[in-house]
Design a protein around this ligand. Structure first.
Ligand code: RIB
Length: 320
């Protein structure tokens, strides 16, 4: 089924994103250097990124009304990242500039294969402190609170509790992966994890679609309504009360996989917020991510909804 875009009678979903903003220093290299190896790279670029900001941009380009909660430093990168979000129409009223802290930075090596390796220095992201009353006001009536683990865990946990208490669904991307406290699981509506995150959180391998289905069921048993295990070029496995389905990805030439997961997540969140069925939302996310990996960089590679709808349909899903 082709997802329906929002219309005047069906206003765009409102999504609140709590998360990181990084300036990505992207080095294109033939391959990742081994220990002790000195390598000549192809190029260097400075590109807006950060998992939280990328997911906010993906939600906005899919047509949602987005508010970003996070921190940047009082430096040129912070100004550039704030401006980048505002150019996408994202509300930055709850984006705090922290004096004396550098803006978050990610050093990203992109190999000729399109695979990447990322080192993050959190900087101002580590200074996120929630204003619970303001957050409560924001999440009331919102389709989702979207969050990840690149900001302090205690603040993420508080935000999840506030959103859940206010009746707002929580979409969590636990990346970089860390253990999740028992009390947090039942407050999460939708969990999006890759193979490694799934395995870390449930102790079961999630490399094949069948394994991902089992891992997804194990994660659901912790109290979550829906789980998506993303499998890179092999697509994703969607798990809910009706069982598990493998959604393959279209075959494309990867230029840079940075922000593919963030792009997927934004498209998924908006489609779910519009009331699209879970499988349609996953399919839309896969199409968006397939477009993302064909372009270099994080935020510049995130497609808009109209481009996603014009992109090739992936193969049909199969029940697992
Ligand atoms: O998910 C991709 C992002 O991870 C990059 O933009 C980088 O900033 C890191 O946060």
């Amino acid at each position: 089924m082709t997802p329906k875009p929002s219309s005047a009678s069906n206003p765009p979903p409102r999504i609140v994103v709590l998360g990181s903003l990084n300036m990505d220093l992207v080095l294109r290299v033939p391959h990742a250097p081994a220990a002790g190896e000195t390598l000549q790279g192809h190029s260097i670029a400075t590109i807006p990124g950060g998992k939280g900001a990328n997911q906010a941009v993906s939600c906005a380009r899919e047509g949602a009304q987005v508010r970003m909660i996070g921190c940047v430093g009082d430096d040129a990168h912070g100004t550039a990242l704030r401006n980048a979000l505002e150019q996408d129409g994202i509300d930055t009223a709850m984006l705090r500039t922290v004096a004396g802290e550098p803006t978050g930075t990610a050093l990203i090596l992109v190999e000729d294969s399109g695979q990447n390796r990322i080192v993050i220095v959190p900087g101002a992201n580590a200074r996120v402190e929630l204003d619970e009353a303001a957050l409560k006001q924001q999440v009331q009536g919102a389709a989702f609170l979207v969050t990840q683990f690149e900001t302090p865990m205690d603040q993420v946990a508080r935000a999840i509790a506030v959103a859940h208490g206010a009746g707002c669904k929580v979409l969590l991307n636990p990346s970089p992966v860390q253990p999740i406290a028992d009390a947090l699981w039942p407050r999460i509506d939708t969990l999006v994890v890759n193979e490694i995150e799934a395995q870390t959180l449930c102790g079961q391998a999630a490399d094949t679609p069948q394994q991902a289905a089992q891992a997804g069921q194990a994660l659901r048993a912790k109290g979550i309504a829906r789980v998506v295990v993303t499998l890179g070029a092999r697509g994703a496995v969607a798990v809910d009360a009706d069982g598990a389905r493998h959604h393959p990805a279209p075959k494309v030439q990867a230029v840079d996989t940075t922000a593919a997961g963030d792009t997927f997540l934004g498209a998924l969140a908006v489609a779910l917020g519009e009331g699209q069925p879970f499988d349609d939302a996953v399919r839309l996310g896969i199409r968006a991510a397939a477009l993302c990996i064909q372009q270099p960089g994080a935020q510049p590679s995130i497609p808009r909804r109209d481009a996603v709808l014009q992109s090739p349909l992936p193969p049909d899903w199969t029940a697992l």
